[in-house]
Design a protein around this ligand. Structure first.
Ligand SMILES: Nc1nc2c(c(=O)[nH]1)N[C@H]1C(S)=C(S)[C@@H](COP(=O)(O)O)O[C@H]1N2
Ligand SMILES: [Mo]
Length: 593
């Protein structure tokens, strides 16, 4: 429908919408706070704590992971007994003798360079905040799945009770509070801020990692981390037996790492870290929708589950690494890494302690700072990941990735439902009185009834929804392409944003709304949907009309649309941050990741 001279059939006469009607919508927006009051944040949602994680075994049995503590201990004791027995056998003793495991690597010969020692600290420093914010993000939808459907009861791990049968149960009701110095920022449903921390610090961590890779290979220091012979596996096996049998190898980290150590470092730097990036990007709506040859295999939920397992590896690695640094000649080890000497003095320890003090100060300041200065976190976070968010927004994906077979059996509800008498009245009369108002910087402002919308050329697509909280689902949407709407109203050249106003309020009161770049209104997968899975949109999913813009996350898909306004910029709309959750919960207005 690109022939502008020929408006589609059923077009109402132009100019029926009064500017006042649109101003009336704008006036019902609220600005949001610039400081967080934990009592009233996110619609005054009360604190909620989850359950000990449960692992699904078979169809519907749940294994309480607390059992891993005694079971893990028992297994460890068993492994120690087995290793001690094995070392008593002549063949194993001979194997250990042949592969002491400690002299494998090229002898380093030189102290660790300063850049490497600084990067080691930065890596740890950044990781601390990435992990805290990551835990917060997980707590917003505390379930992990392997398929993209997020079907209740089909998750493989949950930290939340079974999903109740309550009609219109929302994903937001599932979110959990974390202790304020563990989660970042800890408050229930503070995912907007957690994501700025997570993604913002990620860019610093990745930058640090990139410099690390380059210097590592430019300097020859890679020999510390990259095994150059298959012998490393025999060495690692031998070292494992030695550790477990409680007769530890004679390590000297100044000249060489043992086989197990080399493998653990290698796996962390060259497997886990890149996997964290790839699985992280695997959750992006824009990338997943565009690069389906990847996302068909690595669905968002598989990516999210693997991302979580990478986190588990990092935590396990840090725990074992730090334990062994302290248990195998702490002063020497700390001097190697922090002072660049092989001495037994306290210099390395002192530098290490000072660096831990820096980390501790930042750690305990992070949550209070975030609650006091959320706009700063929002701005800094955007400064760091905004360029990537913006870049991915340019992906105009084609329809046809999914078919009817892919429809999700359960599609989560989310958000705050409209409760006004005005909405009730519209609903009760089957939306006979409904008018979609389109106004602002357009040549032809219009008001459309539902039958008029249905008379416009029909557009259908089967696409995947990505909620910021982490769940996803596939549905078939039927309605009108936004291209058809643009052809009808003809935005003026100054129009840069399309603002979608809802009939319903957001969680803190004031109308829900969201602004979208006009470029995306011409994308193949941007539409106004009045049908879902072949039936008129239900109350919960946005009746009578909702937005689909598939390069963006779920919260930007405004439901219960009242009107669309084309503007040059959104600074004067609501709180000026580009949408309701942007104003009230510090989300970002670009959400392609
Ligand atoms: N008006 C309005 N639209 C909204 C919301 C809301 O609270 N109010 N929630 C958003 C969020 S966070 C998501 S994930 C999707 C959920 O759509 P669904 O309930 O159809 O799954 O709607 C979005 N649109
Ligand atoms: Mo969402």
């Amino acid at each position: 429908m690109d022939d502008r001279s020929n408006p589609p059939a059923g077009t109402p006469p132009p100019g029926r919408v009064s500017p006042q009607a649109m101003d009336a919508l704008r006036e019902r927006l609220t600005r949001g706070e610039d400081v967080i009051d934990p009592e009233t944040f996110a619609g005054a949602i009360p604190a909620a704590f989850g359950i000990v994680p449960r692992l699904r075994i078979g169809a519907k049995r749940w294994f309480n992971l607390a059992w891993l503590l005694p079971i893990g201990w028992a297994l460890l004791l068993l492994a120690v007994a087995a290793a001690r027995y094995a070392r008593g056998r002549p063949d194993v003793a001979a194997f250990v003798l042949r592969h002491p495991g400690t002299g494998f690597a090229t002898h380093f010969g030189t102290p660790m360079p300063v850049w490497l020692r600084v990067q080691h600290f930065l890596n740890l420093f950044f990781l601390a905040f990435i992990v805290r914010a990551g835990a917060q993000i997980l707590a917003d939808h505390p379930r992990l799945y392997w398929t993209r459907h997020s079907t209740p009861g089909k998750e493989w791990l949950r930290m939340q009770r079974a999903v109740p049968d309550t009609p219109l149960w929302t994903a937001k009701q599932e979110s959990l509070t974390l202790p304020e110095h563990l989660g970042l920022p800890g408050l229930r449903h503070s995912i907007g801020l957690a994501r700025w921390w997570h993604l913002g610090v990620d860019t610093l961590w990745l930058g640090n990692g990139l410099v690390f890779y380059v210097l590592l290979f430019a300097s020859g220091e890679w020999r510390r981390l990259v095994p150059t012979s298959w012998q490393v596996f025999a060495d690692a096996a031998s070292v494992l037996i030695q550790y477990l049998s409680l007769r530890w190898p004679a390590d000297d980290g100044w000249v060489a790492y043992n086989g197990l150590q080399t493998l653990a470092y290698f796996a962390t730097v060259f497997v886990a870290a890149p996997l964290a990036l790839v699985t992280g990007l695997g959750m992006s709506p824009a990338l997943s929708t565009r690069f389906q040859f990847v996302s068909k295999r690595l669905s968002i939920q598989a990516a999210r589950s693997l991302h979580f397992l990478v986190l588990c590896w990092f935590l396990f690695f840090v725990f074992v690494h730090v334990t062994l640094v302290f248990a195998t000649g702490a002063l020497h080890n700390l001097n190697h890494m922090y002072a660049g000497t092989d001495s037994g003095d306290w210099v390395g320890f002192a530098i290490f302690a000072a660096s831990m003090a820096v980390l501790a100060v930042a750690w305990f300041a992070a949550t209070p700072f975030t609650l006091r200065h959320p706009r700063t976190v929002q701005r800094l976070g955007y400064a760091l990941v905004g360029p990537a968010q913006r870049l991915f927004e340019h992906l105009d994906s084609r329809p046809g990735t999914y078919t009817e077979k892919d429809l999700s059996p359960y599609f989560w509800h989310n958000g705050k439902y409209p409760e006004s008498p005005e909405y009730r009245a519209l609903f009760d009369r089957g939306f006979a009185d409904y008018r979609l108002r389109i106004h602002g910087l357009v040549e032809n402002p219009v008001e459309l009834t539902l039958p008029e919308l249905r008379a416009l050329p029909r557009h259908e697509q089967i696409t995947q929804h990505f909620c910021i909280q982490g769940w996803s689902g596939i549905a078939k949407w039927g309605g009108v392409s936004m291209r058809t709407i643009l052809d009808l109203v003809r935005p003026k050249p100054e129009a840069k944003w399309a603002v979608f106003y809802s009939l319903g309020d957001g969680a803190d009161g004031g109308l829900y709304y969201d602004a979208h770049p006009i470029e995306q209104m011409r994308y193949q997968l941007t539409m106004l949907a009045y049908d879902m899975n072949g039936a008129p949109l239900s109350y919960g999913h946005g009746a009578p009309l909702r937005l689909r813009n598939e390069v963006q996350l779920g919260f930007k898909q405004v439901k219960w649309i009242a009107g669309i306004e084309f503007v040059a910029d959104f600074a004067q709309v609501g709180g000026g941050h580009g949408g309701y959750n942007e104003d009230h919960e510090f989300f970002g207005y670009r959400q392609s990741i």
